[in-house]
Design a protein around this ligand. Structure first.
Ligand code: 7B0
Ligand code: CA
Ligand code: CA
Ligand code: ZN
Length: 415
C-alpha cells in the first residue's frame, strides 16, 4: 500500500512514472546504450522513464540520453545499460572548406539573405517570431510571384527543433539550395516552384542551436531542448494530447521535459502561430508538413501518442493509409525505415501529432541518417543529397495527398 501511495504521489508530482526515487539534483544527461528493449512496447516503457531515445541500432539496442534518475529507472525495468563515449571532437573549422562545415545560426541567416538576394523573384525571407532569448526564428518562402499569397497548395518544412541535430539545418539549406539554383533548369523543380508555396524554417530552436554550437571542445554540447530555465523539449510541448500518455517527462531536468503547459515555450508558440496563420478564408493552406530530426534514419507519421492506427474523428482509415502510402514511398526513395511514430515508442505533444491532429495537415517526421548527432562535416553532402527525391516527391503531394491512395477525385475533385 505504501508503495502504491508513493507511486501515486510521484505521478501527482509530475515525475511521469519511475524516475523519482533519488531526489538528489539531477546532473546533465549522458548517452547510454540500452539492450533488452526491442519492441515498441518495451521502448515506450523505456521512454516513459523520461530518457530520450536517440536512435535504434540495427541489432535492436537503443542509444538514449538520460539523467541519473532515469538511468536508475531503466535499470529497474530490468534492461542493461552501459555508458557511451562522449561524441568525438569535430575537426577545427577550416576556412578554406567553409562550405563543407556545419552552418552556425549567423551563417544560416547570411545564407538565407544571400539566397533571397540571388533569387528575389522566387525567394523571400520571413521572420515567424522570436525565441526566448530574442533571436529571430527565420524562414524562406519559395514560390513564383513570391511576394503574393497565391492560391497554390502550401508546404511547411521545419528543422533543428532539437538543437544538437545539426544535420537537419543542413538538410533544410540543401532543399532551399536546389529549389532556387535549379529553377528554370530542372523541369521537376520549376514545376514545383511555380505551383506550390513552400515555407522552410531551417533553425526552429535558435537558442538551443547557438548554445549547442558554442562549445569549448567544438564537439557540441549535446543540447536538445530550448533555453528557458533548464530547457523544455519543444517536441513534447505542442498542444495536442499534451502530456497525455507517458510519452514525455514532468521532470525539468529530463531531455523530454514537456514544459509546464502546452505551448508554454515561445518557440512552440511561434511555430504554432505560424501554422495557424496559414488558415486563409477558413481553410488551412498547408497540405503537407515535415519536421526534420536525426539520426535514426526513419520516416514517421502520426500518431505518436497512441498505438492505434486510426482514431475516430482524428485519423480516418483513408487518412491513415494516405500517410502510410506516402511514408513508404518516401522511404523507398531515401532508404529509411517507414513506420507510424508509435511503432518507435510512444511520444506526446509532438509537432506532427499537433499539425495533423489539430490542423489536419498530412504530417511526417524524418529522422535523417548518420552515426551520431554530429556526423563528420565531410558527410553532409552525401547524407542530405540522399533526400533529394523524397523531398521533391513530398512537395508534389501537396496538390492532393489522397492521390497516394487513388482517391483524389473523392477528396480533391481532381482527375
Ligand atoms: C523525438 O531522436 C519524434 C517522433 C514524432 N512523432 C521522434 C524524435 O522527439 O523523440 N526522435 S529524436 O528525438 N529526434
Ligand atoms: Ca506562387
Ligand atoms: Ca497561398
Ligand atoms: Zn529530434
Amino acid at each position: 500500500m505504501a508503495a502504491v501511495l508513493a507511486a501515486f504521489v510521484m505521478v501527482l508530482a509530475g515525475q511521469s512514472g519511475a524516475g523519482a526515487a533519488a531526489p538528489a539534483p539531477d546532473s546533465p544527461s549522458k548517452q547510454y546504450l540500452v539492450t533488452g528493449a526491442t519492441t515498441a512496447q518495451q521502448r515506450s516503457r523505456l521512454a516513459r522513464t523520461g530518457a530520450a531515445i536517440d536512435t535504434v541500432r540495427a541489432d535492436g539496442s537503443v542509444e538514449v540520453s538520460a539523467i541519473p534518475s532515469e538511468v536508475a529507472a531503466i535499470k529497474r525495468l530490468g534492461l542493461r545499460v552501459r555508458a557511451l563515449p562522449a561524441p568525438p571532437a569535430a575537426p577545427a573549422p577550416a576556412p578554406s572548406i567553409a562550405a563543407t562545415s556545419y552552418h552556425t545560426y549567423a551563417e544560416t541567416l547570411a545564407e538565407l539573405d544571400q539566397v533571397v538576394a540571388n533569387y528575389p523573384q522566387i525567394a523571400r525571407k520571413f521572420v515567424a517570431g522570436k525565441s526566448y532569448q530574442g533571436r529571430d526564428i527565420v524562414g524562406v518562402k519559395i514560390s513564383d510571384n513570391v511576394a503574393s499569397d497565391e492560391n497554390e497548395p502550401e508546404v511547411l518544412y521545419i528543422a533543428n527543433i532539437h538543437a544538437r541535430e545539426r544535420l537537419t539545418n543542413e538538410q533544410a539549406l540543401y532543399l532551399i539550395g536546389i529549389l532556387t539554383k535549379e529553377y528554370n533548369a530542372t523541369s521537376r523543380i520549376t514545376n514545383l516552384v511555380n505551383s506550390r508555396e513552400i515555407w522552410i524554417i531551417p533553425i526552429s530552436n535558435p537558442d538551443g542551436q547557438v548554445y549547442d554550437m558554442t562549445s569549448d571542445t567544438s564537439a557540441g554540447r549535446m543540447w536538445r531542448k530550448n533555453r528557458r530555465g533548464s530547457g523544455t523539449d519543444l517536441n513534447r510541448n505542442f498542444a495536442y494530447n499534451w502530456g497525455c500518455c507517458g510519452g514525455s517527462s514532468g521532470n525539468t531536468a529530463s531531455e523530454t521535459y514537456r514544459g509546464p503547459s502546452a505551448e508554454s515555450e515561445p518557440e512552440t508558440k511561434v511555430l504554432s502561430n505560424f501554422v495557424r496563420s496559414r488558415v486563409v478564408g477558413g481553410r488551412q493552406q498547408l497540405k503537407i508538413f515535415l519536421d526534420i530530426h536525426s539520426y535514426a534514419a526513419l520516416v514517421l507519421w502520426p500518431f505518436g501518442y497512441t498505438y492505434s492506427n486510426t482514431v475516430p474523428g482524428a485519423m480516418s482509415a483513408d487518412e491513415e493509409s494516405t500517410h502510410r502510402t506516402i511514408g513508404r514511398q518516401l522511404a523507398a526513395s531515401n532508404g529509411y525505415t517507414p513506420e507510424q511514430s508509435s511503432d518507435l515508442y510512444i511520444t506526446d505533444g509532438t509537432t506532427d501529432d499537433w499539425t495533423f491532429g489539430n490542423q489536419r495537415i498530412f504530417s511526417f517526421t524524418f529522422e535523417l541518417g548518420g552515426s551520431s548527432f554530429y556526423p563528420s562535416p565531410s558527410q553532409i553532402e552525401t547524407l542530405t543529397t540522399r533526400n533529394r527525391d523524397s523531398l521533391l516527391t513530398l512537395t508534389e503531394y501537396a496538390d492532393c495527398p489522397y492521390r497516394a491512395i487513388g482517391k483524389q477525385q473523392q477528396y480533391c475533385g481532381t482527375p
